[in-house]
Structure formats: C-alpha cells, structure tokens
Design a protein around this ligand. Sequence first.
Ligand code: COA
Length: 324
Amino acid sequence: MNKVKIAGTGSYVPDNIVTNDDLSRLVDTNDEWIKSRTGIITRRISQGEDTSQIATKAALKAMEKAKVLPGDIDFIIVATATPDNFIPSTACMIQNNIEAINATCFDVSAACSGFIYAMDIATQFIKTGRANKVLIIGAETLSKILDWKDRSTCILFGDGAAAAVLKSGDEDGIISTYTGSDGRLGDALTCRAVSVNNPYVDKEAEKFNPVVKMDGKEIFRFAVKIMQKTINKLLHDSGCSIDEIDCIIPHQANFRIIEAAAKRLNISTDKFYIDLDKYGNTSAASIGIAFDEAYRKGIFKHGDTVILVGFGGGLTYGGSLIKI
Ligand code: COA
C-alpha cells in the first residue's frame, strides 16, 4: 500500500463580515445570546460568489502550497451541500476553472462531515495506487439555503471553502480514519430538494424552497457523543494515547459542543483549535479552514500528531488521525 501525505492546504472566505449585531437587525436575537450559546461572534457571508468560485480560490492556494500543477491532479473530490447546480458537479466546474484536464471529478454529499469523507476517499485512491495526487475541497455557500427569518438557524452558519492536496509520499501522513453514518437521525438536519413533478404526478408539486431545518438539541446530543466515540476509536486504531495528540481540529459548530466533548474525554479545550468565533459553522469547509489556518499560524511542527473530527447532517460523522 502507498503512503499518503498532505502536501498542501488552502482556504478562502468571502470578505463580507456579518456580526451578531448585524443579525439582530434581521431577526429577534442579540450578541449576548449568540456568543454565550454558541461562541460565534462573526461569520462571512457571500455577496454573490457561489460555491465553485470560492472553492476555486481555496484550491489554487492549496495547489500552490503543494507545488502541484493542474495537469498532475488525478481526482478532484468536492464535499458540499450547497452546489452551484444539480448538473454539472461543483468538482467539474472547478476542474474547468483550474484547467486540471486529467482529473476525474465528483462531489460528495456528507454535510459537515464532507471534508473527512473526501479525505478518506482520496486516501483510498492513493493507497491502492489508483491515484497519485488528489485535490479535496470542502466548500459551502450555506447562506443561500438559510431561512433568514429563523433565528435558531441563520445565526449559526457562514460561507467558506478549504482545500488540500493529498499525494503519495515516503512518510505516512494519514495514520487512521474512521467514518460512519446514522440515517435514522436524518430528520434532525434537513434541506429539501425538488419533489417529483412530472405529467404523471396527480397532486400539485411542493413549492421549491430549499432551507435548512434543524433540531438543535438532537444535533447537540449526537455531536458530543460522536466526537468522543470518534476520537477514542482513532486513538485505539493508531495505538496513541490522548496525551500524544498535539492538537484536535474539530468541526466548528458550537463552542459548547467542543467544551462538552472535551469534558467527556477528560482533556482541556486548549487542545482544540477553534476559529468558530470568526467564521461560524461553514459546514463541509469548517475542518479544512481551521486546519489550514492552524498550518499558516505555525501551530504544527513536523512530527506533530493531529486529530480532525466532525459530524453533520445525515447524520454523518468521521475523523482522521494525522502525522504532520
Ligand atoms: N437568539 C435569541 N434567542 C434564541 C435564539 C437566538 N438566535 N435561538 C433560539 N432562541 C431562544 C429559543 O426560542 C428559546 O426560547 P424559550 O426558552 O423562550 O423557548 C431559548 O432561546 C433557548 O433555546 P434552545 O433551542 O433551548 O437553545 P440551546 O441552548 O439548545 O441552543 C443551539 C440552541 C442551536 C445553539 C444549540 O442547540 C446547538 O448549537 N445545537 C447544535 C446545532 C448544530 O451544530 N447544527 C449544525 C450541525 S453540523
């Protein structure tokens, strides 16, 4: 089996900063409530850029870091719940933008766990020799599927994109990966697509109104439990103890979820890299944005052991234990 390393990362968020006070002018909320219940202070909201556009910007940065040419990319895997179109895939649009003419391109739908799922798929392709260089991207313009009148959801999310180039190398970077799904809990976080509508359907079609609906408490409970389970599984599979982990990059949904998971794991929240105060929950992009930001800040050094861990709609979950 080939060894897989992360050769470079990149991220991009729209310029437009929306504060909690800004949101209090749209819905009945306030800075104090949002900050104390979630930890979020600002988020970036697109003023027109769509998912493929912000994803392209993140991808170009990751490719530059990895010193990889577009023509050398074998696969482009995009995790998103907010594609530009049903057809073509966001991955194919990015392929066209960056001229990665030799790549096979497809999207992955795993909501906020998407970056981990994409990383896992890329890892398998490289390990088996099917690919040498894979560009993975988590990108969302969640703002286009939010109900901006629903204070229980519109305050949580932000737009953004993150990318990483994975390639075969002489050192193993991805030590263990664990993923799972629980479709029984699918109703806890939904966004309806188009209903079946054709000349053979009797009843009138539902109006197309794709907005996020969420049972916040159900997700909260699931998230805390599954973060603990995923981290413990990664530690077990890689033979590491929690003390050997230098940093945990969690999905950036809510500071209180991270705090509760840390308590269950008997570790300090200081072990977690957190940037949700600035970007909110950027869904499939969140882990990648935090990972890239931590890299750029010089938080990691060669040989560090890092855990990425996430959860999301589906419900889905997953994590990776990585050697930098
Ligand atoms: N501003 C002010 N008040 C708000 C509010 C807002 N934005 N949103 C809800 N409230 C109110 C509620 O109406 C409720 O009022 P009531 O007591 O009069 O009925 C009160 O605040 C408490 O609401 P509740 O839903 O119990 O709050 P909570 O502590 O569970 O926090 C979430 C709500 C959404 C922040 C929390 O459940 C959460 O983060 N869940 C996980 C969501 C998530 O991560 N989703 C993405 C997964 S990838």
